[in-house]
Ligand binder design. Structure first.
Ligand SMILES: [Zn+2]
Length: 112
């Protein structure tokens, strides 16, 4: 990553920042520049709640090469407390603990 792109994107790191269309009351995560419903290009930034509920999940045992060191790992679809759906890696959880409806909280880590 270049220094200019690091500074440009720094506020999005370690936070769940979405774009919000006031016309449609619709949030986009990952953020978009234009609303898919109405074409509004004046979307506002909003921080999403960090807590939510696990909707569904799966274990990845055959990841792409760049993620091979992390395998096996779980990924899941999470409904945040404001209703926004996000797809994320699930960490700090054992195989036996994972279940639909599990309460989860976002954590952010530096990739080193
Ligand atoms: Zn819209």
């Amino acid at each position: 990553m270049t220094a200019p792109s690091y500074w440009r994107e720094r506020k999005y790191r370690y936070r769940l920042i979405a774009k919000y269309c006031r016309n449609c009351d619709k949030k986009y995560y990952p953020p978009r520049l234009v609303c898919l419903r109405c074409g509004n290009d004046k979307l506002e930034e909003v921080e999403l709640p960090r807590k939510g509920t696990l909707i569904t999940y799966t274990w990845v045992t055959q990841p792409p090469n760049e993620f091979a060191a992390y395998a096996p790992y779980a990924i899941g679809l999470i409904k945040l407390d404001d209703g926004t759906l996000i797809f994320a890696q699930l960490t700090d959880v054992d195989y036996e603990e994972l279940r639909e409806g599990l309460r989860v909280e976002a954590v952010f880590r530096k990739n080193v």
